[in-house]
Design a protein around this ligand. Structure first.
Ligand SMILES: NC(=O)c1ccc[n+]([C@@H]2O[C@H](COP(=O)([O-])OP(=O)(O)OC[C@H]3O[C@@H](n4cnc5c(N)ncnc54)[C@H](O)[C@@H]3O)[C@@H](O)[C@H]2O)c1
Length: 432
């Protein structure tokens, strides 16, 4: 089978995950060119994926001026660069795998959709959870009518202390002003997409949201805390602080590519001394989590009312002890309850014999390790994208942009509601 040829644009964490799945694990893709202003990332693309040196570029214009040199683009640039790096490639007729969030407002969303339609580009959004076997099973059970009509979907995402710190408190998504994304857009556009996808016999009607930044704020810092852990925060204060950088980033760092990105070196090559020095001086991850400048919420709840009368709720919480995603789908003839992290999904039906219920358990725990990131979603997404480009029928999970806009629009409504403290009427993209 001919391999799908791809240009990797923004060769950081996410793009290299998709390249790894496509080129190495699935053997379906060939990475023919790479674009990234960072030489360290380009070297990685040469070493890991055999991209020829003359096909590694610092600016997208260098590739664009060569015409269309591949089937598609894998666009894993940061949130605020999606529009400016996606549109020129769509104009050149490239198909594209584009990271979420697509963009942060409805006008840009409409522009990207229109550009992909005008050029007949297949544009798929990286809503990886739709491809996880756990969520695919939920979709199939609902589509097969196992629980009747959906009455309510209730989901939650609890982000662990470490992940919250490294991404949303001290990390590169910690400012809506700088990165362009609210907490909900950056973290849970996946979950709101799931609510719309699972219930896509209908559309959102209005959205209400509550929350804010109330707990990870300067006033709630431990008494006597400094502004930089390793510089002016007394040891006895740090000992009781859950955000202490010594334990979080030096003793056991779970996502090591994030906190050392700002050193400008490949994270694998950063020495202990360089880490300590960065945390003491310029590294934002060394700052006090309570006092660092950040404009994101630390907790948020969203309620969606759909046009058919059903409802959905999503709760997003930062700095939780046990992280994870949970879901309850209540239908007129049954219900589903599951925890994506332990891979257990329960299907319950009313039992006339006992006036209780019967329960069937589906267990995805065994397949999670083998199938890779996002409960297996990363691999499934790349596989589906390559199949779509080969002209095969889109799968039920297919995250084509046209089928991904409602989730994004609902997130915009939720964030507007958070600010205005009023329910916001959902308008489809084509409505003014
Ligand atoms: N689907 C998911 O579940 C998921 C998970 C995490 C992150 N994301 C999203 O993926 C995207 C990338 O996140 P990441 O953590 O991989 O980021 P990253 O910082 O690791 O990678 C971004 C890369 O883009 C490069 N870059 C900067 N300016 C550029 C330009 N003008 N042209 C080309 N490249 C440029 C940077 O040098 C960097 O290497 C973000 O939008 C993020 O929100 C999605």
């Amino acid at each position: 089978m001919r391999k799908t040829e791809a240009v990797a644009v923004g060769c950081g964490d996410r793009t290299t995950v998709y390249c790894e799945e496509g080129a190495h694990n699935l053997g379906l893709m060939k990475i023919v060119a790479a674009v990234d202003p960072d030489e360290v990332r380009l070297k990685y693309m040469r070493d890991r994926f055999g991209v020829p040196p003359q096909m590694c570029f610092k600016h997208i214009d260098d590739v664009l001026k060569m015409g269309k040199i591949a089937d598609c683009v894998i666009n894993g640039t940061m949130d605020e660069l999606h529009k400016q790096t996606a549109i020129p490639f769509l104009r050149r007729g490239y198909d594209m795998l584009l990271e979420k969030p697509i963009v942060n407002n409805r006008q840009d969303l409409a522009e990207i959709l229109a550009e992909s339609e005008r050029n007949k580009s297949k544009l798929m959004i990286c809503h990886v959870l739709r491809y996880a076997p756990f969520y695919k099973k939920i979709k199939r059970l609902i589509s097969d009518g196992e629980i009747g009509e959906i009455v309510n979907i209730n989901t939650s995402e609890r982000v662990g202390v470490f992940h919250s710190s490294v991404s949303y408190i001290r990390g590169k998504w910690n400012s809506e002003e700088k990165c362009g994304s609210s907490l909900l857009l950056a973290k849970c556009c996946h979950d709101i997409d799931l609510l719309c996808w699972l219930n896509n016999n209908t559309v959102p009607e209005y959205v209400y949201s509550e929350g804010g930044r109330n707990f990870i704020v300067p006033e709630k810092a431990p008494e006597g805390a400094g502004t930089r852990c390793l510089v002016d925060c007394p040891e006895e204060v740090r000992r009781n602080c859950i955000f202490d950088v010594q334990s979080m980033y030096l003793d056991n760092c779970k996502l090591p590519w994030y906190p050392w990105q700002c050193t400008g070196k490949d994270w694998r090559e950063v020495t202990h001394e360089e880490k300590v020095d960065s945390l003491k001086t310029y590294n934002p991850h060394g700052a006090c989590a309570y006092k660092i400048e950040s404009d994101l919420a630390d907790h948020q709840q969203v309620t969606i009312r759909f046009a058919n009368g059903s409802t959905a709720n999503h709760t997003l919480l930062l700095a939780c002890m046990k992280a994870g995603r949970r879901i309850w789908v209540t239908g007129t003839r049954g219900e589903l309850e599951g925890n994506a992290d332990d891979g257990k999904l329960y299907l319950r039906k009313y039992d006339k014999a006992t006036s209780g219920y019967t329960e069937q358990v589906f267990d995805f725990a065994d397949t999670r390790g083998e199938t890779g990131g996002h409960f297996g979603g990363d691999k499934g997404l790349v596989q589906d994208f390559c199949a779509l480009l080969r002209g095969e029928k889109p799968s039920v999970s297919c995250t084509a942009i046209s089928d991904s806009v409602n989730g994004h629009l609902a997130v915009y409504c939720a964030d507007e509601s958070l600010k205005t403290k009023r329910p916001v009427v959902f308008r489809k993209l084509e409505e003014i």
